[in-house]
Each structure stands twice: as structure tokens, then as C-alpha cells.
Ligand binder design. Sequence first.
Ligand SMILES: Cc1cc2nc3c(=O)[nH]c(=O)nc-3n(C[C@H](O)[C@H](O)[C@H](O)COP(=O)(O)OP(=O)(O)OC[C@H]3O[C@@H](n4cnc5c(N)ncnc54)[C@H](O)[C@@H]3O)c2cc1C
Length: 437
Amino acid sequence: MPSTTRTRTWHNWAGNQSARPLTWCEPRDASTATQIVRDAASDGRRVKVVGSGHSFTAAAVADDVLIDVSRLDEVGVVDPSTGEVEVGAGVTIANLNDALARQGWALANLGDIAYQTIAGAISTSTHGTGIGLTGIAGQVSAMSLVDGLGNQRRVEQNDGAVFRAAQVGVGALGLITSVRLRTTPAFVLESREAPMRFDRVMADLDELVSVNEHFEFFWIPHTEWALTKRNNRTVDPPRPLTPLRQWWQKSFLENTAFGLVCRLGRARPSLIPRLATALPGSGQVTYSNASHAVFASQRRVRFVEMEYSIPRDACAEALGRVKRMIDARGFLVSFPVEVRFTAGDDATLSTAHGRESAYIAVHMFKGTPFEDYFREVEAIMADYSGRPHWGKMHFLDAERLAGLYPGWDEFQDVRRDLDPHGVFANRYTERIFGAGE
Ligand SMILES: Cc1cc2nc3c(=O)[nH]c(=O)nc-3n(C[C@H](O)[C@H](O)[C@H](O)COP(=O)(O)OP(=O)(O)OC[C@H]3O[C@@H](n4cnc5c(N)ncnc54)[C@H](O)[C@@H]3O)c2cc1C
């Protein structure tokens, strides 16, 4: 039975999605979670599992039964012979990082925040940057889930199609209760952040991506500048920023001052190109620290985001077109365009399935019109078989998405098998996978 039943409103982080579910449950263990799914299925109700609500799409919108898995947050002991560890689906990446660090282990690659739950992150193909490394779903070796019939299933790597589908299930295959992850011995990353001319970044892109373990950059619209970030492993002891420098760089410049620039730009859009010229000056810093402390940033400025994955080789051309389009259409954009890279993998709906990928992410400050800008970017990405991030804004439906994934039908077969009655469906899954599936 549900551990709690309330009527309250759920909002995602960006504030652009909300739900007022009939029932709100916070199970403390897998058997309670299983019973909730069984009861909902037999009552003909739909279920949606929510993580930390950091998706911009309606992926986690629950109309009937909302299941918050944040109490399934246990982190097991890392097996030193394999480096694998079983963790509760609802643990946040921040808490997971801390628990692994205490045991001397770490995840090999992470995104740029750590507020998400591990199950939410893998379900949407969340990724960081590093051309030799996959997204987080690629670090999963097994998982336990409750399917739409209320059966508990253990899905292992040698389960083939079911495993590859469950790695990135977009919340549509079942309720994940725990995940087994591959970890790596704890390591220190040195981070070099520096502004660079946009043309230089484009000219040297292949090399920058290849020689750095984790390379990313933020091109600042209305300028010829990009803020680059090179993170590489070091065997030297950590040299973190001093507390004052940490506050100045990461809290004040990247959040307080940047938030002020965004608010000014929203109030007076014509100021945005001039305000943008202040941003490159904020970017020069070198430090090193435990990997998870380098990967994750604070994000206090709220925004909406769309991110497309395209083949790595198309990055410079596609970004050049985005840059020219912004000028031609006269869009005023206060948020940098973020560009990252990962290895390909074989999870069926991974946005990097079968190809080395570049990710181009566009953002708009909360409360600023974004749709025309995002649609123009989406049209450019379509020319490169662009695949949208499952947790970020996009305008594609099942018909368009089917052609972007070679394993689309295989995923749909697994979905029909695991959730034949659509217990885990909502309006987002109906749009992206089709209502009748
Ligand atoms: C500020 C910010 C920074 C971000 N940075 C990055 C980044 O660096 N890289 C990147 O790739 N993405 C990034 N994202 C996107 C984010 O990682 C994804 O949207 C992720 O899914 C959010 O995880 P969550 O725990 O909040 O899940 P939610 O948004 O709550 O849920 C996401 C999906 O997972 C499903 N789900 C959650 N838990 C379970 C479970 N236990 N069982 C089954 N299904 C489940 C939900 O039903 C839903 O479909 C960022 C988002 C924000 C707001």
C-alpha cells in the first residue's frame, strides 16, 4: 500500500511542468513500490516515477499515481574485484558520489550537476563530456525493476534487447528499484577553464576533443568568444580553489552575476549583445580536486534547455549554422550554447547509440520566449540526424523519432512486453512512443 497519500502539486526544477496526482507515494523499499504498481495496475490507473524533477520535458509528469523513489537511496559496498556496486534507484548523484568517495571509488564520467537521481539520469540518457567515455547509462551493468504487470525483474547485461532498452527507458518500461554500476578507483581531475576565440576552437576542435579526457565549451552568442573547459586526470595531489576564489568563481560569477545579466537581458533584451561581452572575462581558472567535485557545478539560475546529439564530425558545421542563424533571425540570447562530446554506445535509445557524438545545448532564461529559437535550432539539427535529449525540450514525435534509432522497433517490442497496458505511460510517452503502442 502507499506509504503516504496526499494531494499536492508537483513541479519540475525549471517550473515549466506540473502535476496534481491523485496519489503521491514515497515507498521505503522495493516490495512496497511493487505493491503500489500492482494496486495501480489493477485499478486501471497510470503510474509515473519521479526522480529529482530535473527534466524539462513532461517525462516525469504523473497524472494518477506519483511514485517518489527518493527513499530508495541505499548505496552498497563496492566489490573490489569488479568495481561494481548496487545502489538504490532514488539516490542522488551527489550522495552517490560522496558514498563512493568514502570507499575510494568514483564514477568515470558525470554530467555538470549532481542533483539528479541515478535512475532519472540513466532513464533520459544523461551524459557529461569525454570522447572516450559513454553517458551514465553506459556505466550500468544490471538493474532491478517492477514492470507494468507488477512483476519484479532483474535485468542483466546478457539479457540482450531487454537490458539495452532498460538502460535508457525514459520511464516507460517500469519502476527501477536499484541499479548496479561500474565504478573506477577514485581519481583527481585538473580543470583548466579559459576563454578562447570561437574560430580557434572550431579550427582546433578535433584535437581539443581528442587530447583532453573531458573537453567542453560554451560559445557566447553575440560574441566571437567561447569559454573552454579541459578536465584531465592528474596523479598530483588536489589543488582546490581557496574558499574565497571558489565563492567568487563558482557562486558569484557563474550564478549571482550571471543571473543578474540574465534578468537585465529579460527586462531589456536589446542590452543582451552588450552584456554578453562581459562574459568571456569571467572564465580563466585552473584547479584540481576529486573528480566528482570538478564535474558537478551549482546551477542557481533557472532556465529551459534543448539539447541535440549529432555525429561528432558534424559539430563545427552545425554550430556554425546555429551561430549564423541567431544573427540572421535576430534572436537575443543571454545564455551560452554548451557543446560536449561522448563515445558511442549500444543502449537502444541512448542519444549516442552507435556513434561518437557531439551535443549542442541551447538555453533560455526562465520566463523568456524560447520556442522560435529552439525550433530553428531543431531544424538545423535535423539535417544531421540529430537526436533530442529525452529530458530536455524538443518538438519531435514518435514518427520523427523512429527514423533516428536503428533499434526503435526492438525498444517498442520490449515496451509492449514489460508494460502491455501502458501503466507507465503519460502524455510525453504517448507523444514520443505513440499512444497506441
Ligand atoms: C540544471 C540542470 C542541469 C542538467 N545537466 C545535465 C547534464 O549535464 N547532462 C545531461 O545529459 N542532462 C542534464 N540535465 C538533464 C537531467 O540530467 C535529466 O533530465 C535527468 O533525467 C534528471 O534526473 P531526475 O532524477 O531529476 O529525473 P526526473 O526528471 O524526475 O525523471 C526523468 C525520467 O526518469 C524517469 N524515472 C525517474 N526515476 C525512475 C525510476 N526509479 N524508475 C523508472 N523511471 C524513473 C521518470 O519517470 C522520467 O521519465 C540537467 C538538467 C538540469 C535542470
